[in-house]
Design a protein around this ligand. Sequence first.
Ligand code: SF4
Ligand code: SF4
Length: 284
Amino acid sequence: MNIAVASGKGGTGKSMVAANLAFSLSVAESVALVDCDVEEPNLHLFFPEDQPEVSPVSILVPDVDPDRCTLCGECARFCAFGALVAARDRVLFFPLHCHSCGGCMVACPAGAIRETLRQIGTVTERSISPNLLLVTGTLNEGEVLGVKVIREAKGRAGAERWVIFDASPGTSCPVVETLEGVDFCILVTESTPFGLHDLALAYDVTLQKGIPSGVVVNRSDGKDEVVHRFCNENNIPVLAVIPFERKIAEIQGSGDLIARRDPAWKDRFCAIGRACRSLMEEGA
Ligand code: SF4
Ligand code: SF4
């Protein structure tokens, strides 16, 4: 089963939920945990260091052969992203604008463009335990094609019984790419007016993608009425409420997992996983 963990904004504890859920389920079943927050991946901080296997993620970009180029400018006219400019004596290429569509190569009447690889990020695979694989997508600083790295990282998850994708915060293209093909989405929120506003935005994305969802309220101070009302009105199940407690904050502050330190929390996160599966099957 493929589950995405998302939130409408940063700082809700989304990665904490994803890491605890993956750890808890992996005690009995095989799990792949995929960090799709490629601009700021942080799931590795919850797990001990080991020897990771790092692979580059590259895209195809144009390489103009100056000996064949007639400076006709067709490639620059074709490129909708402004990545190519035909100057008086050569064609200028701006790699950060290139979306790797390959169109300029087809448009060139002189056959002067070939494609070459340009690295934009990496995917790291680490075996945390015999049952838990951590895959981390990392976009190189300054690069913009995060969706390519997300796609590559998701592809490494394999055939584990559970695959958990930690999405980037917000509702932009990387989140939409992360949600592609998932069975269920856990929306992590806080019980504040801002939290509710961003929860509504994230829920809207899952609705548009046709993905069933459930809510985890994090750092609850017990005054969660607005979140519960929103969930009731929209028929969204509340999967768990994690209280705002000093002990939990200290465990998380030390980079540990509450599910690793407290078997009761491990059981609660396993119950969240089972609830996701039941809700997905009910909706199927
Ligand atoms: S591959 Fe596509 S985006 Fe990149 S330079 Fe060529 S036409 Fe532009
Ligand atoms: S389309 Fe081909 S020949 Fe024309 S400017 Fe571009 S690279 Fe040169």
